[in-house]
Design a protein around this ligand. Structure first.
Ligand code: GUN
Length: 291
């Protein structure tokens, strides 16, 4: 079984990005600059945003972190979004989700200028993606596409099953893999909480992408021999034997599947690092004014 090393691949792509930024700097061009907005103290969000800012530094990108307290109002967040939309120095920015309950995420997403929406969450970008027009692709599905491409995993004519239909992973993943292209040209099935006989679908998959947020729910009896399995889950599971009181678990029972599948991503060190790299690739695109 091949362990798909997202961490190693992300490091390699970051080195490539750094070379490109060095060349831009030498030529006196615009250095890509990402801003991130973090509202409140959600522990996982703090880790993700810290990784994004650190990755910018590693690649020579500019970055700015805006922290707002959990009590910030929707108007405060919209005001900051408006400032970032207008700030010429900022090429792209993200508002880390989830937002505190009293803030309407949809309203905030819609307020972001689609040209700076490097998360690819704005309906304009999702629409453009669906039509195959230039756009910012959502980071996680795009990171998975990059991974499939660099590992030369054939998707043409393959049966792909995506578990989960979220706006940020499952739905865009199904669009990207079914459209014309390489990777692409796959026959895609989306499964979700109302799917009947889930196992009948998953057992047919040449490529199984799990993005449901249920720790280790994909077990060996659910997969086809030789399948490629991509695990998007990052779940915190209580574990008193760890100093921090939890361990990270994917949506897939990695140990149970490893003698059955042909390739699989680990958690951590699989899809997660590729997501950050996608965001950097989008920010570089933004600084060049490609979208
Ligand atoms: N929360 C979980 N994943 C993401 C992401 O890719 N972008 C943002 N902004 N928030 C998230």
């Amino acid at each position: 079984m091949i362990v798909i090393d997202g961490k190693g691949l992300a490091k390699k792509i970051k080195e490539e990005l750094k070379l490109e930024v060095d060349a831009i700097r030498s030529a006196g061009g615009k250095i890509p600059h990402l801003a991130a907005v973090l509202v409140g103290e959600d522990p996982a969000s703090q880790v993700y945003v810290r990784n994004k800012v650190r990755s910018c530094e590693q690649c020579g990108f500019g970055s700015t972190l805006h922290r707002l307290p959990a009590e910030a109002t929707e108007a405060d967040v919209l005001e900051l979004v408006d400032q970032l939309n207008r700030n010429q120095e900022i090429d792209g920015f993200i508002v880390q989700l989830p937002l505190p309950k009293h803030i309407n995420e949809e309203k905030v997403t819609l307020a972001i200028d689609p040209k700076k929406d490097v998360d690819g969450f704005h309906p304009v970008n999702i629409g453009r993606m669906t039509l195959g027009l230039p756009c910012y692709l959502p980071a996680t599905p795009n990171g998975i596409m990059e991974m499939l491409s660099r590992y030369e995993i054939e998707t043409n004519g393959k049966e792909v099953v995506v578990l989960g239909r979220s706006n940020i992973v499952g739905t865009p993943m199904s669009v990207l893999l079914s459209r014309k292209g390489n990777p692409g040209n796959a026959t895609v099935t989306i499964c979700h909480s109302r799917t009947k006989d889930l196992e009948a679908h998953t057992r047919r998959a040449d490529i199984l992408i799990a993005a449901i947020g249920i720790p280790e729910m994909v077990t060996a009896d659910m997969v086809k021999e030789g399948a490629v399995v991509i695990d998007v889950g990052i779940n915190r599971v209580d574990d008193d034997s760890r100093e921090r009181g939890y361990r990270l678990a994917g949506d897939v029972d990695f140990a149970g599947l490893k003698n059955k599948v042909s390739a699989m991503t680990p958690v951590p060190g699989g899809v997660g690092p590729m997501t950050v790299v996608s965001l950097l690739m989008n920010t570089l695109k933004a600084s060049k004014g490609i979208v």
